[in-house]
Design a protein around this ligand. Structure first.
Ligand code: TPP
Ligand code: MG
Length: 737
């Protein structure tokens, strides 16, 4: 027996009738108690086996679920296959209880091609089983919590809009089957240390406010690596801190006690399924095996404390209970454990000979393998370019107008689209709209004006003032098949969402080896030239995002491109960062008639904003009109013909257009509004130097902002940001070279 030294030496022989007794343990039958013991024992043994394999250098990392087995199995037995799961790394026993196998776990540990969780891409214990609704988990502590909230919102949304779940060909919906159950709930777990992350509190807030069916489980083993709980949590008890959240059902339970844990989950699940709100389970557990194999807890935990924990070992406790209650005797336990060990041995033998992924597979599933947004099939002609029967052209619209109408047209076409962010609703207090006592706001730049009125408050709504909340929830929703088109009010304030934007949203597909994906759209108002925008309302910084594999980045310079590219972004099967320049929203430059509800521009196709023969300017965004102005002056004053290439889309970008133009003109300037050093232009310049060296008659030049933030005083702003005259001077110098 695993813990035989701690069990009574003489145990009663179990009666044959014992498993048929109707006695239950907080609702668990005697047979379920045995089943639970089997899973818990398997969980511990997989940990032990992985530890051995790591010491033998057959696997490369290990983190155990030891001490957390009872709470995990309790959840697995109390919840349903139609529920959704956002576990954390100690949830091995939960995953086994849901139906994952030791073999699958060991495939992950060896990094096998057939690892169903990630195809050899993620560390072991980063759970993700598509068939079990266990959503791909990552390493950053706490990022799962807001996603779980978004997941629960998606379940509720599809229940209210069942037709939205229908498969539709021709856009991302063709590849995104939706499943939902009306009374589903979402499980999310985390450690005591992780409850210090802000995203946890943001998630609790939204779940409480929207009465979402989420069970939050804090598995409190009193340590986060070496940091004890009283350092993490004011007062040392998370239950006390969260007790003021409204609409919650709260449980604080000994998470090493299977039956008590099961009861806590049963009550919590019933509360959530009734639609009363979320539940919070604070489970006191133990961590007998140090944090991970890279940690030695003897360095910071004395022996006496460790012994105190060991006395609460959940496996030992359940074993003693089985014997005490006559559910299994010593022989029965031995037999069960032997079966588990044989099964595990077989799983290990098979996992150790499983083929590795082929090295040419590394770039697979960075993006959708199904929908290629660069495809020419998305190349359409704008309807507004054709004069009507009466010979009149429709009125030109601003970029702001066309973004608004594109959102409206797409929302009509696709019921999976929801829009949320700060101030995007017309008016959160709906009654004011109904009474017609207010007109409604619809965004600080009015880009979403009228959409709540037209599509309802469950499709267009305000978020709390919390950017991680916006992107994290959008990620959860998109994982379930919705199409959140969310707004970050100012690029300058995107950073609280950075963990979600770098480590989550664009990575979900790759890290799960295409089992999951989250093709959300994040619209962001960006840029300066505002006269008074100053440091915190003028920033660019697009290269930070083009540096993220898996994220499409779009940056239009005019109304027509904004409409065509936004529609492509919404129909796309990849996550998209859609950058909208504030200065261009209402400019006279670049207005266009509405190009119609199907106008699309494929990604990665530049636009020749002005053809030329003597030099090329590669640029995008608000520098495009400035480059055109400078180019016209060059033509007028120096008879130099400048080709202006507007990239429009930064990832993917149109290398063919760049190369074609440089081969023709042999002189090139790369220009952008963002600061010069380490910027987007550096990459383009490096590629030109590398691949077009023989075609150059002069060095590659760059024009960009000075390496400072944008100042408030307009004369300072002017000198900091690249102006038409800076471009003109650079063009002159390049022409003279
Ligand atoms: C955002 C982030 N910061 C730091 C880490 C490194 N790290 C991994 S686990 C961990 C401790 C987590 O403690 P807790 O939440 O209590 O969970 P436990 O491991 O105790 O179950 C830390 C600091 C990380 N993975 N992610
Ligand atoms: Mg902990």
């Amino acid at each position: 027996m695993a813990t035989s030294s701690k069990t009574p030496s003489k145990v009663a022989v179990m009666s044959k009738a014992s498993l048929t007794s109707t006695k239950t343990y907080e609702g668990l039958s005697r047979a379920q108690m045995v089943q639970a013991y089997r899973i818990m024992y398997m969980s511990r043994k997989v940990d032990d086996r992985e530890i051995l394999l790591k010491r033998q250098q057959k696997i490369f990392f290990q983190i155990s679920g030891a001490g957390h087995e009872a709470i995990g199995v309790a959840a697995g037995l109390a919840l349903r296959p139609t529920d959704w799961y956002y576990p954390y790394y100690r949830d091995r026993a939960l995953c086994l209880a849901l139906g994952a196998t030791a073999y699958e776990m060991l495939l992950t540990a060896v990094g096998a091609a057939d690892d169903p969780q990630s195809g050899g891409r993620q560390m072991p214990s980063h759970w993700g089983f598509k068939n079990l609704n266990v959503v791909t988990q990552s390493s950053p502590t706490g990022t799962q919590v807001l996603q779980a909230v978004g997941c629960a919102e998606a379940g509720r949304y599809f229940a209210a809009h069942p037709k939205a779940a229908t498969r539709v060909d021709g856009d991302y919906r063709q590849f995104k089957d939706v499943k939902f159950a009306g009374d589903e709930l979402t499980y999310v777990s985390l450690g005591d240390g992780t409850s210090s992350e802000g995203e946890f509190w943001e998630a609790m807030n939204t779940a409480a406010n929207r009465k979402l069916p989420v069970i939050f489980v804090v598995q409190d083993n009193e340590y986060a690596i070496s940091v004890p709980v009283e350092v993490q949590t004011a007062g040392g008890n998370i239950s006390k801190l969260v007790s003021g959240f409204p609409n919650f059902h709260f449980e604080e339970v000994d998470g090493t006690d299977l039956a008590a844990s099961y009861a806590a989950f049963s009550r919590s699940a019933a509360y959530c399924r009734e639609g009363l709100g979320p539940a919070f389970i604070h489970a006191h557990v133990i961590r007998p095996y140090s944090h991970s194999l890279s940690d030695d807890e003897k360095l910071y935990r004395p022996e006496a404390e460790r012994q105190r924990d060991a006395a609460r070992d959940p496996i030992m406790r359940l074993q003693m209970l089985l014997i005490r209650e006559g559910i299994l005797d010593e022989q029965g336990i031995n037999k069960l454990e032997k079966q588990v060990e044989e099964e595990l041995q077989d799983a290990t033998d098979r996992a150790l000979v499983a083929p590795f992924p082929t090295t040419d597979s590394v770039e697979k599933f960075v993006y959708s393998p199904d929908l290629d947004p660069t495809s020419a099939v998305f190349d359409t002609v704008p309807a507004g370019s054709v004069a009507a029967a009466d010979g009149k052209h429709p009125a030109p619209k601003t970029m702001a107008d066309l973004i608004n109408s594109t959102l409206r047209e797409e929302m009509k076409r696709d019921e999976r689209i929801v829009i949320f962010g700060e101030d995007v609703a017309d008016c959160s207090r709906e009654e004011y709209l109904q009474q017609k006592s207010v007109k409604g706001k619809g965004g600080v730049f009015k880009l979403t004006a009228g959409l709540q009125g037209e599509f309802g408050s469950d499709r267009v709504f305000n978020s709390p003032l919390a950017e991680a909340n916006i992107v994290g929830r959008a990620t959860g929703m998109a994982t379930r098949g919705m199409k959140p088109v969310v707004e970050i009010q100012f690029f300058d304030y995107i950073w609280p969402a950075m963990m979600q934007l770098r480590d989550e949203l664009p990575l979900i597909r790759w890290r799960s080896n295409n089992a999951f994906s989250a093709p959300a759209v994040v619209r962001v108002a960006i840029g300066g030239y505002l006269t008074g925008g100053a440091i915190y309302h003028s920033q660019c910084g697009e290269s930070t995002f083009t540096h993220i594999p898996g994220l499409r980045v779009v940056f239009p310079s005019n109304a027509l491109d904004a409409a065509g590219l936004l529609r492509m972004a919404i129909r796309c099967d990849d996550p998209v960062l859609f950058l909208e320049h504030k200065r261009l929203y209402r400019e006279t430059y670049g207005r266009a008639p509405n190009p119609g509800p199907d106008y699309m521009i494929p990604f990665g196709k530049a636009r020749i904003a002005q053809p030329g023969t003597d030099m090329t300017v590669i640029t995008y965004g608000a520098v495009v009109p400035r480059a055109l102005q400078a180019a016209q002056k060059m033509e007028r004053e120096h008879n130099v013909s400048v080709e202006v290439v507007d990239l429009r889309c930064l990832n993917p970008f149109d290398w063919d257009a760049i190369a074609g133009s440089v081969r023709k003109t042999n002189r090139v300037i790369v220009a952008h509004e963002d600061t010069l050093s380490w910027g987007y232009g550096a990459e383009i310049a490096a590629r030109i130097a590398d691949q077009l060296f023989d075609h150059l008659d002069a060095p590659v030049k760059r024009v960009a902002a000075k390496d400072v933030f944008v100042a408030y005083q307009p004369i300072l702003e002017d000198v900091i940001l690249p102006q038409a005259n800076d471009l003109f001077e650079a063009m002159k110098a390049l022409a003279e070279y």
